[in-house]
Write a protein that binds this ligand. Structure first.
Ligand SMILES: Nc1ncnc2c1ncn2[C@@H]1O[C@H](COP(=O)(O)OP(=O)(O)OP(=O)(O)O)[C@@H](O)[C@H]1O
Ligand SMILES: O=C(O)C1=C[C@@H](O)[C@@H](O)[C@H](O)C1
Ligand SMILES: [Mg+2]
Length: 177
């Protein structure tokens, strides 16, 4: 039997834009009666600006604000945290999260993501569907590298959430290894 899971850990969701992090995060938080934080929403509230407005000062500027938000949120343990799609680009973010969280990679087929999201309002996709495939190629290795568990989101939300909660229960009992 492996090491027992520290029950004080955050539960963190990483994955592509539109993969279901916020929807799934909210349901998991309700089911486990834990506080829920969406990093993008937290940033917008704190800055009093939209992500799009913050991006107007450049991606680097946004990434600095994002790292600060991740550091602040991750201190409220235990919480459920849905990150922005690009949080994995900054190694420091993942160092902070890996210290005190269980990290789930929500993987959703790109075709399904494209059915649900409006790419015209996404600064990094800029209305061009082919960009999301490029982004996936670039980011997939990072999501895999930093996650503890990969979960496919190609079914009903409740089925995906049940799978996550079963994983968490198993971890509590058996540990991560
Ligand atoms: N399993 C699913 N069944 C039905 N709809 C889904 C499923 N997963 C995601 N969606 C839909 O895809 C869209 C994006 O989901 P959500 O906002 O939760 O993703 P996200 O990863 O938080 O995206 P963002 O990049 O905007 O933060 C929503 O309209 C959501 O309802
Ligand atoms: O994929 C990304 O790099 C981003 C995803 C969004 O969640 C936002 O955090 C922002 O638009 C950047
Ligand atoms: Mg979201």
């Amino acid at each position: 039997m492996g090491k027992r899971m520290d029950t004080n850990k955050n539960i963190v969701f990483i994955g592509m834009p539109g993969c279901g992090k916020s929807s799934i995060g909210k349901i998991v938080a309700e089911r486990l009666k834990l506080p829920f934080y969406d990093v993008d929403e937290y940033i917008e509230k704190k800055a009093g600006k939209t992500i799009k407005e913050i991006f107007q000062h450049g991606e680097e500027h946004f990434r600095r604000i994002e790292s600060e938000a991740i550091r602040e949120i991750s201190q409220n343990r235990p919480s459920v945290i849905s990150t922005g799609g690009g949080a994995v680009k900054v190694p420091l973010n993942m160092k902070i999260l890996r210290e005190n969280s269980v990290i789930f990679f929500i993987n959703r087929p790109i075709e399904k993501i494209l059915q649900d999201i409006d790419i015209s309002v996404r600064p990094l996709l800029a209305g061009d569907a082919s960009k999301i495939y490029e982004l996936y190629q670039e980011r997939y290795p990072l999501y895999k590298k930093y996650c503890d568990i990969e979960v496919m989101n190609d079914r009903e939300f409740q089925d995906v959430v049940n799978k996550i909660i079963r994983f968490l229960g198993k971890m509590l009992y058996d540990g991560l290894e």
